[in-house]
Write a protein that binds this ligand. Structure first.
Ligand code: PLP
Length: 481
């Protein structure tokens, strides 16, 4: 072996680097939790950031992992900081990162059993555990995917194969027009999945929502009749559990009644809200979830895993094999294609990293109550956030939160600003807040108006952080007006 390869695989170097980096990360966590002055987001113009790292990449210097990773840390967004209130990305539990490090080094690719024996078995254990929580039958099954977007595609491909009756995998759509019905509030990965399947814009039948951004059930029959009268075959309906923008839960039981009546596949996109299953207080929002034909739940959103780890579950476990009817003969013989322990036949990913190691380690370390506590802490925080907004005279609430997502906006001169002016004002306030880097919040469009949006992902966020953030928005307003 060359000297360079020998050095790169050196075990003592690995031990030393590992200790140094774990120390660095533990210090990061300490300061994120405790140091009020830490910025969440070291904002820099993207071009400056690019230049900085281009020149760093070219720089010839002695490698010092601690110095280099300290620089990485300085330019990263700090999700463990309680003033992080942005997108639906959780501050991962430290044990999730440790499990990931372990899984990465062993690098057990999961496509076939021999390459990832424990990974394939562990994936099944986690899927069975989650299926049982949902109330699915024992025969339910599924697959872990790298994210909810791939998860939605995986489920909808199976729906197409199951419901189209023409073996669309082999024959294409044979000039038939297929479509899915989906709330206008659905995550964009759903319409992307439709476009990937080649059904075009016609393949997306948008369902209107009510004032709480839930699918308007009263419109389903009428839309169904109109669509089918145009010779479009509806393959599936996708329910939001809950929506990305406002955290609204669609009424699953009513939707399931409709789907059963018309023999339509029901897919529940529970990427964000699925974890509410673990809370007695909130699980009623998911009533009827067990009736869905397929479900996606992201572990990296409300279950404190580092990205990415998602579950796709099928009520009828065998449907999991319908996603990809294709057989890769060099990997799998025909018979093997139906073996649970060779995940390649059910997964878009060939080499797939050992995802189950993270939820498995979390449950072994802390028990599943950790998910209940996380959901209840963050959902509760959102209720408190909404109360603060409702009591204020200068902020407005878009809708009462059902999850840990809150949409709100600043509107200091209630009667004097037009809708467009309020949207512009909030866009510019958020831009300045982001550039300051003390807090991180996001924004979304609801009914063509721009609203500020927080997802309270960090259990360390407290009422004072929320009040300070609102004050900071006020300060920015007064400074620039
Ligand atoms: C409801 C919903 N579904 C799917 C996704 C996509 O998940 P991922 O980012 O894991 O691909 C998201 C992401 O925000 C989401 O909110």
């Amino acid at each position: 072996m060359s000297k360079l390869l020998e050095k790169a695989y050196n075990t003592e170097d690995f031990r030393k680097m590992g200790h140094e980096i774990v120390d660095l990360l533990a210090d990061y966590l300490n300061s994120a939790y405790n140091d009020e002055n830490q910025k969440v987001l070291p904002w820099q113009n993207p071009e400056n950031m690019l230049q900085k790292w281009e020149s760093n990449f070219q720089k010839k210097e002695d490698f010092n992992i601690k110095n280099l990773f300290t620089d990485f840390l300085e330019d990263s967004i700090h999700i463990h900081n309680p003033k992080y209130m942005g997108h639906q990305v959780c501050p991962p539990l430290p044990i999730s990162a440790i499990a990931e490090l372990f899984g990465s080094l062993l690098n057990n690719g999961q496509a076939i059993y021999e390459m990832g024996p424990i990974a394939n078995a562990m994936e099944r254990v986690i899927l069975e555990w989650l299926s049982a929580k949902i109330g699915y039958p024992k025969s339910a099954f599924g697959v872990l995917t790298s994210g909810g977007s791939i998860g939605n595609l995986t489920a909808l491909l199976a729906a197409r194969q199951s419901e189209s009756n023409i073996d669309a995998w082999e024959n294409g759509t044979k000039n038939q027009t297929f479509a899915i019905m989906v709330s206008e509030q659905a995550h964009y990965s759903v319409s992307r999945a439709v476009k990937i399947m080649g059904w075009g814009e016609k393949g997306i039948i948008k369902l209107p929502v009510d004032a709480n951004f839930k699918v308007d059930i009263s419109k389903l029959e009428e839309i169904y009749k109109k669509t089918t009268s145009e010779n479009i075959k509806i393959i599936a309906l996708v329910a939001n559990v809950c929506t990305t923008a406002t955290g609204s839960f669609d009424p699953i039981n009513e939707i399931a009644d409709f789907c059963e009546k018309h023999k339509i596949w029901l897919h529940a996109d529970a990427a964000h809200g699925g974890a509410a299953l673990f809370s007695e207080k909130h699980k009623h929002k998911l009533n009827g979830l067990h009736r869905a034909d397929s479900i996606v739940i992201d572990f990296h959103k409300m279950m404190m895993n580092s990205a990415l780890t998602s579950a796709v579950l099928f009520k009828i476990g065998d449907k999991s094999y319908q996603t990809f009817s294709q057989k890769a003969s060099y990997l799998l013989k025909d018979k093997q294609a139906f073996e649970w322990h060779n995940s390649a036949n059910r997964s878009l990913e060939c080499t797939k990293y050992w995802m189950s190691i993270k939820p498995y380690s979390i449950i072994k370390a802390y028990g599943e109550d950790i998910f209940k506590e996380y959901v209840e802490t963050t959902f509760n925080l959102a209720e408190n956030f909404a109360d603060i907004i409702m009591k204020s005279t200068d902020f407005e609430l878009a809708v009462k939160p059902e999850a840990n997502i809150v949409c709100f906006r600043y509107n200091p001169n209630k009667k004097q600003l037009s809708e467009i002016e309020i949207s512009e004002l909030n866009t510019s306030l958020r831009k300045k807040l982001t550039e300051e880097g003390k807090f991180y919040i996001v924004q979304t469009d609801l009914n063509n108006e721009t609203w500020l949006r927080v997802t309270l992902m960090n259990p360390f966020t407290n009422i004072k952080n929320i009040e300070d953030m609102l004050d900071e928005l006020r300060n920015i307003y007064f400074e620039y007006n």
